[in-house]
Design a protein around this ligand. Structure first.
Ligand code: ATP
Length: 341
């Protein structure tokens, strides 16, 4: 992992201070391909969350000036609702998530959270309010505890831990500003018990208890090797601990056994309850209950509606669904529709 950070050095200290976010996004966003510097405006204010409404207003964007990878995309996710993005590979789904996390600014249009253009708020406040469960989770060569807690590093993990034991300060823990972290629901609980509660909710606690040193077991090159499903559970536990009002999910395409997949799906379902959720779906069976589904194709919204509406319309979504049925007759399939077409 450290290798991956080398290219960032040339972008200086300010980039390092955002390392936490980069790590979060690295697999999902392929950030290291082409980092673009987004700066806070001088008068930038912290994002103030009311309910977590997300609005894209005629958003256009191109990675290169001559390209238009997103073309006048508009949608609204009411607070606490779930919007799913589906469609062929390269259609622009990940780009929409990247724009919401503000790795890039739109070339036209604007993105609003609770009425605030995300261009006008501090990046640290924006990113502290958005949780991410990526397809593949990068873990640190650190303890399980650290790996679950790092979503809050820069807010309080480092300082609480160094108070408890000064020698235990983690290796990759450059501070982030995390200026407006508010975790009112776990007020008064010790960090260790919050970590455990989050890990339990992610259905990972029992697995951790079987590790030689429990939460103090190290993972990575010099420690335990976790399965894909276990890594995802760590990512879910992180998100539960971070408690963000807005959630970005990139459904895994990697094959997990059906039982694990169902369990993880259940944890994701309960984690996304009450949070505004924008998810990239590769298996249509997981988004039947989404409040709205957008079919993204060549940077545009090709279709939009609920599962029932889109099935009735008999268009792209309906044929993707039929294709999935043909390929996999079980309710939670393993085919990856985004790879098709
Ligand atoms: P997938 O399902 O395969 O992840 P997607 O729908 O998420 O695809 P995007 O990754 O958003 O699609 O890509 C949209 C378009 O933007 C594609 O044409 C892609 O080649 C292009 N693109 C993505 N990332 C970059 C980048 N860093 N630089 C230049 N072009 C890019």
């Amino acid at each position: 992992i450290l290798q991956l950070y080398k290219p960032l050095d040339q972008f200086g200290y300010s980039y390092r201070s955002l390392q936490k976010n980069f790590i979060d996004m690295e697999w999902m966003l392929d950030l290291f391909e082409e980092p673009v510097e987004i700066k806070d405006k001088l008068e930038a204010k912290p994002l103030v969350i009311a309910g977590g409404e997300v609005v894209f207003e005629n958003v256009s964007f191109g990675y290169k000036p001559q390209d238009s990878n997103i073309k006048s995309v508009s949608f609204k996710i009411p607070p606490g609702r779930k919007l799913a993005l589906v469609g062929p590979s390269g259609g622009g789904k990940s780009t929409i998530l990247r724009l919401l996390f503000r790795f890039y600014d739109p070339t036209q249009g604007r993105i609003m959270i609770d009425g605030q253009d995300i261009k006008n708020v501090t990046q640290s406040s924006l990113r502290s309010r958005i949780g991410i469960v990526p397809q593949d989770t990068a873990l640190f060569n650190e303890t399980i505890e650290y790996n679950v807690a790092y979503g809050r590093i820069g807010q309080d993990y480092k300082s609480e831990k160094s108070r408890q034991s000064p020698s235990s300060s983690p290796k990759i823990a450059d501070a982030t500003e995390g200026e407006d972290a508010d975790y009112s629901d776990d007020e008064g609980m010790e960090l260790d018990s919050r970590i455990q509660a989050a890990t339990e909710a992610a259905q990972m606690h029992e697995i951790v208890c079987r590790f030689p040193d429990g939460y103090a077991s190290r993972v990575g090159e010099r420690g335990l090797c976790l399965s894909g499903g276990e890594k995802q559970r760590i990512a879910i536990a992180r998100t539960i601990l971070k408690n963000p009002p807005i959630l970005l999910l990139d459904e895994a395409t990697s094959a997990l056994d059906t039982q694990t997949e169902r369990e993880i799906q259940n944890s994701i379902e309960s984690t996304s309850k009450g949070r505004t959720t924008l998810m990239i779906a590769h298996r249509l069976s997981t988004i039947v209950d989404a409040d709205e589904i957008l079919v993204i194709q060549r940077g545009e919204i090709a279709e939009q509606g609920s599962h029932e509406e889109l099935m009735q319309a008999g268009g792209i979504y309906a044929s993707m669904w039929m294709q999935q049925l043909r390929e996999d007759r079980t309710p939670v399939g393993s085919s990856d529709l985004s790879e098709k077409e």
